[in-house]
Design a protein around this ligand. Structure first.
Ligand code: XMP
Ligand code: MG
Length: 207
């Protein structure tokens, strides 16, 4: 069985990062979960993640090269690993902050987004870059947008590692996307299954 992971830069530089499709043959990705020993699959290896994260950072560096100080806000908890890898490649002037929202129970969104931690940096008049692990129904990001816009930022752009367009409910689009994936529940590299497996260095999915 094959799955297509479409990796595509959406804005900014032209030419140097053309669109491409990355296909994964599942039979070569079978693997046991290192924690549970259960059969699962590696959807994105750490090597694949690192090279795409670097490309995203290069695009962001270019797009924000003359914008002054940028407030980069990570959405906890899922984005923590993507966030830390991404900012290491940023050469623009940034300050970092975090927001924490929760909407998931197990593998399903409750649709009810609760704010658990708000950023402490003043974003009024600032360019904000939101860093999120996955865009799924879009309910989380649309709520975070509403919250941030109450604080009058100059602009808000979003970078997501993964985009699962099949389940979209809210009208929201990322400005920068790592990988577009099929409708599968994924975990690892910051993403959890019932709060577990966030520390795995690759993105995995159940077989
Ligand atoms: P929505 O549906 O609001 O989802 O766009 C965004 C948030 O839901 C979590 N999410 C997932 N977490 N595996 C996960 O571990 C998944 O496949 C998945 N899909 C959505 C995630 O926290 C994200 O911030
Ligand atoms: Mg999240």
């Amino acid at each position: 069985m094959w799955i297509s992971l479409i990796s595509y830069p959406e804005s900014g530089m032209s030419g140097s990062h053309g669109n491409y499709t990355h296909s994964v043959n599942f039979s070569t990705r079978m693997s046991t979960n290192p924690i549970t020993g259960a059969d699962d699959m590696v959807l994105l290896t750490n090597c694949e993640l690192q090279s795409r994260v670097k490309e995203l950072a290069q695009q962001i560096n270019f797009d924000y090269r003359d914008k002054g100080e940028i407030v980069v806000i990570g959405v906890l908890k899922g984005a923590f690993m993507f966030f830390s890898d991404l900012v290491k490649h940023l050469t623009i002037d940034i300050v970092v902050d975090f927001i924490q929202v929760e909407s998931y129970e197990g593998t399903e969104s409750t649709g009810n987004v609760e704010l658990r931690h708000q950023p402490t940096v003043n974003i009024r008049g600032k360019h904000v870059l939101l860093v999120e692990d996955i865009l799924d129904t879009g309910i989380t990001l649309s709520n975070v947008f509403v919250f941030l816009s109450l604080h009058d930022p100059a602009s808000v752009r979003v970078v997501v590692l993964l985009d699962k367009p099949a389940r979209r409910q809210a009208q929201v689009k990322a400005d920068y996307t790592g990988f577009k994936i099929e409708n599968r529940f994924v975990y690892g590299y910051g993403l959890d299954y019932k709060q577990r497996f966030r520390h795995l260095s690759e993105v995995r999915t159940i077989k």
